[in-house]
Design a protein around this ligand. Structure first.
Ligand code: HEM
Ligand code: HEM
Length: 239
């Protein structure tokens, strides 16, 4: 026996369309009504155009009457909310978490990318500043920025794929291809520069070919992170 608390899936509701079984049900605003007793629904169709066994919430706007027509029919259950296609494949515990803390769905990437953006820009900036002024703490600052770049890149490279998965359905696009390859390249170059600087702390002090190469490498970080930000923002603000 149906009860008001029974939850109907779309598929289940569709079986109450006057063909497979005698009961004729209609979905309206999340509720399921039994209209089997109505002369106007007994064929399973209403006014030769509205099928039963489906959610007709949208269609009632075109009717010469309002939802008061349901008053004399009993509610036999509720309609299971349709899953957002974007939620397909996202585990229920994550969906429950996003329900509790909605900002966790969209914000982690835009929030955390500011760290790699800053470190990748400031690292070459302080190297250049050191070369211009000869003031050694500037070079040290650049080195520290390079160290901090490692965890900040890892965070950006984790929240990026996460946001791509839960907000873009993990659909591949040119923007994503560029972002994935450029961030991997930038991360590898970060490790290379770090290794180089650790094994050769005087690399900019005794400026030679290696020093210029190191400077060029560090300057490429600003360009690469600019590409990451540009193609990211193209997705967030497409127009
Ligand atoms: C162009 C679309 C529609 C037309 C022309 C139409 C017309 C009518 C008419 C003339 C009646 C009987 C008079 C009345 O009770 O006011 C009626 C009753 C009813 N209609 Fe519609 N309707 C339309 C769409 C819909 C839709 C989309 C729904 C469901 C969401 C719906 C549900 C009902 C129900 C439950 C009744 C009561 C039936 C009864 O008392 O036996 N109608 N409709
Ligand atoms: C650490 C490297 C990365 C940096 C610096 C970076 C930077 C950015 C920036 C600045 C934005 C625009 C954010 C906004 O203002 O809303 C963005 C958006 C985005 N990024 Fe990244 N990103 C990185 C890695 C990745 C990776 C590896 C992916 C993987 C797929 C990715 C996917 C996305 C997506 C899908 C958006 C759009 C976010 C939205 O619309 O909410 N990012 N990124």
């Amino acid at each position: 026996m149906a009860s008001e608390t029974k939850e109907f899936s779309r598929e289940e509701l569709a079986t109450h369309n006057g063909e497979d079984q005698p009961s004729i049900y209609v979905g309206y605003e999340g509720k399921v009504y039994d209209v089997s007793e109505s002369k106007l629904w007994k064929t399973g169709q209403h006014m030769k155009r509205h099928p039963s066994g489906v959610d007709l919430t949208e269609e009632i706007g075109g009717a010469p009457h309002g939802p008061e027509v349901f008053d004399k029919f009993s509610q036999v259950g509720t309609l299971k909310p349709e899953k957002d296609p974007m939620d397909e494949g996202v585990p229920d515990f994550l969906l429950a978490l996003f329900e509790q803390v909605p900002m966790l769905r969209r914000h982690p990437h835009p929030m955390t990318v500011h760290f790699p953006l800053v470190f990748n820009l400031v690292f070459p900036f302080f190297n250049v500043l050191y070369l211009l002024t000869g003031h050694e703490p500037f070079e040290k600052t650049a080195f520290h920025m390079l160290i901090l770049n490692v965890p900040s890149m890892l965070v950006g490279m984790s929240t990026g794929p996460l946001t791509w998965w839960v907000n873009y359905g993990a659909k591949m696009s040119n923007n994503i291809k560029i972002k994935l390859s450029v961030s991997c390249l930038l991360f590898i170059l970060t490790l290379v520069a770090l290794f180089w600087r650790i094994t050769n702390p005087e690399i900019l002090v005794n400026m030679g070919t290696a020093g210029w190469a190191y400077l060029a490498l560090s300057s490429s970080f600003a360009v690469l992170v600019g590409i990451l930000g540009w193609f990211g923002a193209k997705m967030t603000f497409p127009h």
